[in-house]
Design a binder for this molecule. Structure first.
Ligand SMILES: C[S@@+](CC[C@H](N)C(=O)[O-])C[C@H]1O[C@@H](n2cnc3c(N)ncnc32)[C@H](O)[C@@H]1O
Length: 405
């Protein structure tokens, strides 16, 4: 039985961090540790603590190392508990006495005094975090000249972006619109409380994630293949834009969520559960969206685990899969049709390098098609990242390229 209020959330956060940093699980997978918590508030707290530790890991470690005589091993439990204590104090504004009461029991039978001493030293010294999280050196190197701007966008979890089924569907939603059928609401908004939730008038989708479908235009009843479709944010957009959608994915669990999304919004699509590497269509498509599986490093604001989990091995494996999927998809496009290749990755190996190898004719993206403030690259591609549209709260990282058949 839980004796100290909130200690269940801290236990779950510790398990989640362990799963991400030691076993390489995604934060979403690791979030299962919080599912058993009885209250919404506890589940949200466990996610907030683990998310803030991962977002500020390098800076939290620098604070810890600055006051310990002997460096704690990277995977030592006291280091993990101290990271959590500091994230709660410096990011979640939890009072130090409450942090001590809930964190030290996590070290039962272990070096409680050490953790207490380090935390007390840092609170007495009024330790601070920098304005912007420091990226691990290998990640900063990979992201090159964009790294500083991306880190700036990473400092806060993102706002809540909604895509509307139609402009009328936005009635009662207070927030700026950065593109047609888009609303931006403050971070932490509970979607269940918003008007239109029960009628499926909108769905949650980052502004950047809504761009691939915008580049295919109005469907007017034509046939589109949404290859790699689940859980279906882009399927919904395509159906709402008048496309006759075939939504294919190889994950039955994710397709179940796609089905639920269609039911909630009253939109429709033909669902195909198949491996795109073996499947063949009966006829060609007027448009194809390949929203390929990727390392998802572009979602680092909401999934800061990617900063620590993803490296050259995962990037290379994804690039092989993406190349194979695109090589198949190009055969299924009708003459004169359009294909959009998209990944929510910040890595050029998964974006620019794949587009450069595609055998189809490029169909360059032009600035007029994009939300104000975004520009295509000289090649006619679009590269977004969390440092863009910073004055409006940023956006996820995506790479988009369009081709014609
Ligand atoms: C980036 S996610 C798609 C997100 C989706 N388009 C959306 O907007 O909600 C990539 C998807 O590719 C699927 N996938 C991965 N490999 C696949 C394959 N060989 N055949 C079909 N689907 C695959 C995964 O199950 C995953 O749902």
């Amino acid at each position: 039985m839980e004796t100290i209020p909130g200690s269940g959330a801290r236990k779950a956060a510790l398990k989640m961090l362990d799963a991400v940093l030691r076993r390489g699980e995604t934060l979403e997978q690791a979030g299962g540790a919080a599912n058993g918590l009885p209250s919404f508030a506890d589940r949200a707290l466990a996610r907030a603590i683990s998310g803030e530790v991962l977002r500020w890991l390098v800076d939290l470690d620098a604070l810890i190392d600055g006051v310990t005589a002997k460096e704690l091993p990277d995977d030592a439990k006291p280091r993990m508990v101290l990271r959590m204590m500091l994230a709660q104090w410096l990011r979640l504004e939890t009072p130090p006495h409450a942090i001590v009461a809930t964190a030290l029991p996590l070290l039962a039978g272990g070096p409680k005094r050490l953790a207490h001493g380090v935390f007390a030293t840092l609170t007495r010294a009024e330790a601070k975090l920098p304005d912007v999280p420091t990226l691990p050196p290998e990640v900063a190197e990979r992201w090159g000249e964009r790294a500083e701007a991306i880190a700036g966008g990473l400092a806060q979890p993102p706002s809540l972006d909604l895509t509307l089924r139609s402009e009328d569907a936005g009635e009662g939603l207070e927030g700026p619109s950065l593109a047609p059928l888009h609303r931006r609401l403050p971070r932490g908004t509970r979607v269940e409380d918003l008007p239109g939730y029960d009628d499926g008038a909108w769905w949650v989708q980052d502004l950047a994630a809504s761009l691939p479908v915008r580049l295919l235009g109005a469907g007017e009843g034509r046939k589109v293949l949404d290859l790699c479709a689940a859980p279906g944010g882009k399927t919904l957009q395509l159906a709402a834009a008048g496309w006759n959608v075939t939504a294919l994915d190889n994950s039955s669990r994710r397709l179940e969520r796609l089905r639920q999304n269609l039911t909630r919004t009253g939109l429709s699509a033909d669902i195909v559960e198949a491996d795109a590497m073996g499947w063949e269509p009966d006829e060609l498509f007027d448009a194809i969206l390949l929203d390929a599986p990727c390392t998802a490093t572009g979602t680092c604001r909401r999934n800061p685990d990617v900063i620590h989990r993803i490296g050259p091995r995962q990037i290379e494996a994804m690039a092989v899969l993406q190349t194979q999927l695109l090589e198949r998809a190009v055969n299924w496009l009708a003459p004169g049709g359009r294909l959009v290749y998209a990944v929510c990755s910040l890595e050029h190996e998964e974006g620019e390098d794949i587009a450069a190898k595609c055998e189809l004719t490029p169909d360059p993206i032009v600035a007029e098609e994009l939300p104000a403030g975004l520009r295509p690259t000289p090649e006619g591609w679009l590269r977004t990242h969390p440092g863009l549209l910073a004055e409006h709260g940023g956006m996820d990282g995506f790479f988009l390229a369009r081709f014609k058949g």
